[in-house]
Structure formats: structure tokens, C-alpha cells
Design a protein around this ligand. Structure first.
Ligand SMILES: NC(=O)c1ccc[n+]([C@@H]2O[C@H](COP(=O)([O-])OP(=O)(O)OC[C@H]3O[C@@H](n4cnc5c(N)ncnc54)[C@H](O)[C@@H]3O)[C@@H](O)[C@H]2O)c1
Length: 322
């Protein structure tokens, strides 16, 4: 099968944060979606979230009202797995992040979906080999990890299990590319994939700095978003170092600052468990940070998420990604 032959997708766990955003992503690009969730109440949430997301795109001039109405008509909401997947060649799973839940869901998919349909899990970092270990068709199973919200953020990390076929990986890669995404393929399985491993490496150090009394929760966020975060939207750490090294490039900068960085590394956190005091400290710190935000940038999670999406769209326009 070719990516251009995928004319319909199923989204499993469609009312969730990620599932509703995947549905938005596909509908926005004119693809019919079968939205599956476990109850009628969940499906109502899914409808409301998708409508809200599409309306936002209309308000931002990225979709016309007419096309939004057409897109809404392309979604079919169901609590029947058979209806959701029986004639669908691409299945995007966005159910809770637990092996047993994803394995049970996959068993249901195996009962009803065409044998050649791709099963793409949104898992944030579980192993595909483990998710697919009892599947009748492990060759069709892969990880397709988005970043929240998937209808705006382009990255998709595609990961393979031991039995994933090269054909499924190529198909998924081509499919996401043709729907506005920026996929990368992991050559080996790795818990947490690439971007989340990088994020949590940074986050361990963030926690440690606050626990050591070096700075506040709010200052950690300021240090990231007014400093390196601005550049990270445009280029990754390797290219940043290449530019930072001037005429000597990344090779020169590594030789220049390497010994100093080794001193920092020797001093940095390497613990493996979330410090018990951290969740309460983090929550208290973030609530203070939210209260200190400028009014026009929002103070509630909903207002801040809207402000974030406005900023993401501005960046995506600059990057020619919308
Ligand atoms: N939230 C994020 O930032 C984020 C980012 C990337 C990937 N992910 C991954 O996406 C997946 C979904 O995360 P989320 O944050 O959207 O969770 P969520 O809790 O918001 O949504 C989960 C959805 O799954 C549904 N569900 C529950 N049991 C189910 C079952 N047995 N079968 C099918 N659906 C079921 C729920 O009704 C809900 O709609 C997880 O694997 C998560 O790791 C999350």
C-alpha cells in the first residue's frame, strides 16, 4: 500500500488530549476519521474538543468555515471497535499509557481490522515490542509519538518493535509527511524515544537546581524560554554549537569548552527517582509562576494553552509548516 491510498484513519482514545488533536489534524487535511472511545460521554467530549480545535483554526485563518463544516462531517464517532477499524488502513492509537491497556486494545484491533492496516501507537515511550508481544500482526505495529498538540507540532517519532516490518515504517513515514508532519525514524528501540529522553535529562537538572536552592521553579522556566528555548524552536543543539563555534564550528567549540563542560557534568544530578519532595514543590512553584504571568498571556491553564497555540502558529508560519 502507498500513503496516497490511505483514505481513512481510525483514532482510538479519541476524546483524550492527544486523540482529539490527532482527529483535528486529519480532518483539517480532509481525511475521514473514525473516532473510537469507550463511552458515549467520551465521544461527546471528543466532538466538543475537535470542534473547538477546528474553530480555532478557522479563527486563525487556517481553515474556512465551509471547510470546517465539511471536516466535521468527515468524522464518525463510535464505541464499536468493529465499526472503527474494520475497513480502515491506518489506525492511530491514543489510549492511556499502560502496557495492559494498549495490549488489550491491540487484541481488539486484531479481531476486526484488515491484516495490512498499520497500528500506530502514540505512546510517549513504551516499547513497541512489548505492546505487540501477543499481537497476531506485530509486523504492522509501530510507535508514532507526537508532541502535544499533534495538530500543530510537526514532530512524529516513529519507533519499531522487533517484528515491525520495514513496509509499515515506510508507509507511516510517507503518510505523516504527506499530512504536514515531520517524522523521524528511530533505528533502535529506546524507552522514551529521542525528544522525551532529551526533555527529561534537562528536567532532572531543573529539579536538582531548585532542590539545591540555586533558583526557583519560575526562574527555571524563564531560563529555558527566554534563552535556549528561543533558539531550540529554530535549530537543534548541534547546529547551535556549529554557529557558536564561529569559524571553528562545533568541532572547535567542543575542544574549547569541553574541559569546562566536563567540570559541570561531574557536578550535575544523576539520580534515578523523582525526589519525594518535588511534586509538591513543583506544584507550588508553578502556581506562583502562573499568578505572576502578564494578564494578556493568560493565567489559567486554558488561557495559557490558547496563548501557547497562538505562539506556536506564529513560529510554524515562520518555519513554513502551516
Ligand atoms: N498528553 C501528552 O502531552 C502526550 C504527548 C504525546 C503522547 N502522549 C501519549 O498519548 C496517549 C494518550 O495520552 P493522553 O494524554 O491523550 O491521555 P488522555 O487520558 O487525555 O486520553 C486517553 C483516552 O483514552 C481513552 N481510553 C481509556 N481507556 C481506553 C481503552 N481501553 N480503549 C480506548 N480508549 C481508552 C480515554 O477515554 C481517553 O479518551 C498516551 O499513550 C500518552 O503517553 C501524550
Amino acid at each position: 500500500m502507498k500513503a496516497s491510498e490511505i483514505k481513512k484513519v481510525a483514532v482510538l482514545g479519541g476524546s483524550g488530549m492527544i486523540g482529539s488533536s490527532w482527529t483535528t489534524n486529519f480532518l483539517w487535511r480532509g481525511l475521514p476519521v473514525h473516532v473510537y472511545d469507550v463511552s458515549e460521554e467520551c465521544l461527546k467530549t471528543a466532538r466538543d474538543r475537535v470542534r473547538g480545535n477546528l474553530q480555532y483554526l478557522v479563527n486563525k485563518g487556517l481553515l474556512t468555515q465551509e471547510k470546517m463544516n465539511v471536516a466535521l462531517g468527515l468524522a464518525r464517532y463510535t464505541t464499536s471497535m468493529e465499526t472503527a477499524v474494520k475497513d480502515v488502513p491506518f489506525i492511530q492509537e491514543a489510549a492511556p499509557e499502560k502496557y495492559d491497556v494498549k495490549q488489550a486494545l491491540l487484541a481488539e484491533v486484531d479481531r476486526y481490522a484488515p491484516a495490512e492496516a498499520v497500528f500506530a501507537s502514540s505512546t510517549s515511550g513504551l516499547l513497541i515490542t512489548e505492546i505487540a508481544k501477543d499481537s497476531a500482526h506485530p509486523e504492522r505495529c509501530l510507535g508514532a509519538h507526537p508532541y502535544n498538540p499533534p495538530h500543530l507540532i510537526p514532530l512524529i517519532e516513529i519507533s519499531k518493535g522487533e517484528k515491525t516490518s520495514a513496509a509499515a515504517v515506510t508507509l507511516a513515514y510517507d503518510f505523516y509527511r504527506s499530512h504536514g508532519k515531520e517524522p523521524i525514524i528511530l533505528q533502535k528501540e529506546a524507552l522514551g524515544f529521542i525528544a522525551n529522553r532529551l526533555s527529561v535529562a534537562l528536567y532532572r537538572e531543573a529539579i536538582d537546581l531548585v532542590l539545591k536552592g540555586v533558583c526557583s521553579v519560575e526562574d527555571i522556566d524563564k531560563a529555558v524560554c527566554f534563552g535556549p528555548g528561543l533558539r531550540y524552536a529554530l535549530m537543534g543543539p548541534n547546529l547551535i554549537y556549529q554557529l557558536g563555534g564561529g569559524p571553528f564550528g562545533i568541532k572547535g567549540i567542543m575542544q574549547h569548552i569541553g574541559p569546562s563542560v566536563e567540570l559541570w557534568w561531574a557536578d550535575m544530578a544523576d539520580w534515578k527517582k523523582v525526589p519525594p519532595a518535588w511534586p509538591d514543590m513543583a506544584q507550588e512553584g508553578v502556581l506562583k509562576e502562573m499568578a505572576n504571568r502578564p494578564e494578556e498571556q493568560g493565567k489559567t491553564p486554558e488561557e495559557i494553552a490558547r496563548w501557547r497555540d497562538d505562539g506556536l502558529l506564529a513560529l510554524l508560519k515562520f518555519l513554513n509548516k502551516v
